[in-house]
Design a protein around this ligand. Structure first.
Ligand code: ZN
Length: 166
């Protein structure tokens, strides 16, 4: 398994809508292995294909003490409630913001064997699914920030890019 370089904020691949997966085959399984290796190396809980430069509707995630799971062509069938959580993103490392999203969701999709998946998720798991689905839509969490949070985030991101440039 080889780890990818995670695409960072500013990379255009992160703001494009990913395409439906049409074939669940061996190449997809290899992609998933490499994405899981990348997620582990970055100590993340979830990783969407566009974050490694692949424009496919697919993400991997792993909850504590469980095996990693890949979900292909995911859809949120239903969402309920509200929950605030300090959310971060491997493509915007080190920045966390309290963001309100639905607390519970019903996610459907496909596994790597082509079987339909249906998961009732809440709190952290539901948060992770919503975050990864946003990536598939080309939406970064910066879009969910309020005005003051966004100002703070942009200031920090500008500071970083200046530091790199100097
Ligand atoms: Zn993210």
């Amino acid at each position: 398994m080889a780890a990818y370089q995670i695409r960072l904020f500013g990379d255009p691949v992160l703001t494009q809508r990913a395409a439906e997966v049409t074939d669940i085959d061996g190449s997809l399984a290899r992609l998933v292995d490499d994405m899981v290796a990348t997620m582990h190396e970055a100590r993340g809980m979830g990783l969407a294909a566009p974050q490694v430069g692949v424009q496919k509707r697919l993400f991997v995630y792993q909850l504590e003490d469980r095996e990693p799971v890949a979900i292909v062509n995911p859809t949120i069938a239903e969402s309920r409630g509200e929950w605030e959580y300090d959310e971060g993103c491997l493509s915007i490392p080190g920045l966390y913001f309290p963001i309100v999203r639905p607390k519970e969701i019903h996610l459907t999709g496909w596994d790597l064997d082509g079987n339909e998946i249906s998961i009732e998720a809440d709190e952290i798991e539901a948060r992770c699914f919503q975050h990864e689905l946003d990536h598939l839509e080309g939406r970064l969490l910066l879009k969910l920030l309020d005005k003051d949070q966004r100002k703070e985030a942009m200031r920090e991101l500008r500071r970083r890019s200046e530091a790199v440039g100097s």
